[in-house]
Design a protein around this ligand. Sequence first.
Ligand code: G1P
Length: 300
Amino acid sequence: MARQITKAVVPAAGLGTRLLPSTKSQPKEMLPVGRKPAIQYVVEELQAAGLRQLLIITGERKRAIEDHLDADPDLVQALEQAGNEAALGDLAYLESEARFFFTRQSPPKGLGHAVSLAADFVDGDDFVVVLGDSMIVSPDPAAPLREMMAAHKRLKASAIVAVETVPPEETYRYGIVDVGGAEPAPGEPVAMEDIVEKPPVETSPSTLAVAARYVFSPAIFAMLSRTLPGKGGEIQLTDAIRLLIQQGEPVYAWPLAPDQKRYDVGNFESYFRAFIEFALADERYGYLVRKYIKAKAYEL
Ligand code: G1P
């Protein structure tokens, strides 16, 4: 019987060129989205999904991520003495049982290359991949991962890939899956027939886009080792998944539900949207942001 999945890989080595000058000296994963840096939401989601060994793939100019995930007993003690429960709650991700591991991808040669660096860490187990720049907004942000892991086990899958419907004119921004024209229901895994990285709308097989969350069996590593540079000259994870499908391995798309929305800090447009969304949802400051936006809307 397949063991419970405990390992997660978080690629976070991308240069963030689309976010210059904000990313001149800091990782895009450390940009604040509301009150927390993007990577903290990812880590909290993984911890809430029960993952205990988290490998972050970092790179040049990414050291702030390691600092943010480093335990800080002096700070915690000072906050305890001051009785600052709110700040302590925000730092709970440091007190979790989960352990952080780090490796560097230098130079970054693509998402597929980043994941291939996790082979020794994964060491023959099933594992999760969550992109470090992308967050889920939902009443229970860890629900998709939990359900995807359960589906992976139940279906004895080689890969389960979260997908979301995007507008047709945005297919060029995402990995797009072919599910043979099926219209899958949220949370219902559907067999994947093909997958292609960032196709133009004219040739896109659907509008179901890869949503930054994956569950893999270790079979993906053999495919990654055979994957040649693809879109943008990079080794694409999408192309390795395509090889899995071509080998006849069971690969499924897993559609997010309408109340499970994915946001990312990959470019300014999506970063601004993410910031507004998280600021509005903030339990402490959300009401102020709502008030401000409502007043502001009259001027626009
Ligand atoms: C990556 C993947 C792409 C996926 C996207 C969002 O692209 O290559 O398949 O759809 O993340 O999950 P990136 O945004 O890093 O260019």
